[in-house]
Ligand binder design. Sequence first.
Ligand code: ATP
Ligand code: MG
Length: 431
Amino acid sequence: DDRLWEEGLAIVRRLEDAGHRAYLVGGCVRDRWLGRPLNDIDIATSAKPEAVMALFARTLPTGLKHGTVTVMEDGCPFEVTTFRQEAGYSDGRRPDEVAFVLDVNEDLARRDFTFNAMAFASGGELIDPFGGQDALRAGVVDCVGDAAERFGEDALRMLRAIRFAAELGFEILSDVWDGIIRQRGRLKQVALERIGAEWDKMMAGSGPEQAMHYLFKSGLLACVKEPLPETFAQAAERYRLNGSPREWNVWGASSADESSLGNLLSLPALPETDLRWAALLAGMKVGAADAEALLRTLRLGGQRVGRIAAAVGLFARLDGRGEDELKPAWIEAALDYGRAAAEDALAIREACGEPWEEMRAWLEAMPVASVGELDVKGDELSGYLRQPPGPWIAETLRRLLAEAASGRLPNEKFALLAAAKESNAAQRESR
Ligand code: ATP
Ligand code: MG
């Protein structure tokens, strides 16, 4: 981190030596002040993009229209952006035009929150025109200027306010919260992909449960441009009306508590963001189909969607089961969804303080855990049994899986083929 910071300062000095003004700005200044790890380094400068490109050996024209050039040093990217102002947010999404300006203070004024509107000079001076340090000391999220106006310019800032509050453990000042409530309808102007990216960062961060609390309480989710799946929307709305963080720690019980969102207090215990998503959606009783629809709407990648929905689906199979039905239901669901999903589900239970030792042992001892792991493929079955492919293949494979998983049948091609022949003959007779 120190090296990254020093490397950033070296770029600043290089710009200064060429006669420009330059500062470290934004998130890295905030995080450095807080002693938190740095994500990336942003630099603001009076130099125009062409001048920046001429000055450094390796650059990428990442956002020339907005004055941004990426400078590569030591394999690390540094975003160098010309001081600018933004004007005319007619669509609540992006400025109609950007105007380059000469003064860093004008550049800082366009930024969203006071703690994001500080600049660090190469001499060590901190430029803080809006009281960013005060906000950091007080632990509050405060906007540069009037909150409602700033959210009206760019609706994504409402989600950013929530993300920073949760991530830093800060309070959202009341006029900032009021600004969100007043402007939340504008969220429909924001691309779902960007909403998904912010939400995903909230899930990945250090305060996911606090982020979900604010997200649901704000009513923002009812304002996205495509309707979110029914079961999810209803659970979120119930939480908006009745929920409080104290009621969160109830996941796993056959919760009749309408306002609960599941065992959110365990989310930070899960190292992987996908598992956090799965725990959230399983706790909200969203079901596999709606979980998948939600995550697709948010434009999460297909592989991630599949993984999360599978774990959610596995949990859904246990819903409403009595004590004695749990184990067989779990085994059946684990075989349908496969080993990876079963491992995810067990990891979630463990993080929630409800390990299921017996099923962990079962899973570990299980020689095969999904149709894909069987030593026989559908076309081999159809060839060996001299039957044209059809739905019978999937049914047969699923039967073989149950046998092999329980250890009644070895996972070997000829044993499996022989068993398939026998069981198909038996099936035909019974019809
Ligand atoms: P992190 O990278 O940890 O998410 P960050 O503060 O660096 O936090 P970025 O999205 O990287 O956030 O943006 C860098 C800086 O650009 C911010 O600190 C802020 O000053 C400014 N900024 C980013 N997005 C907006 C926005 N929507 N409105 C106003 N200013 C913004
Ligand atoms: Mg950043």
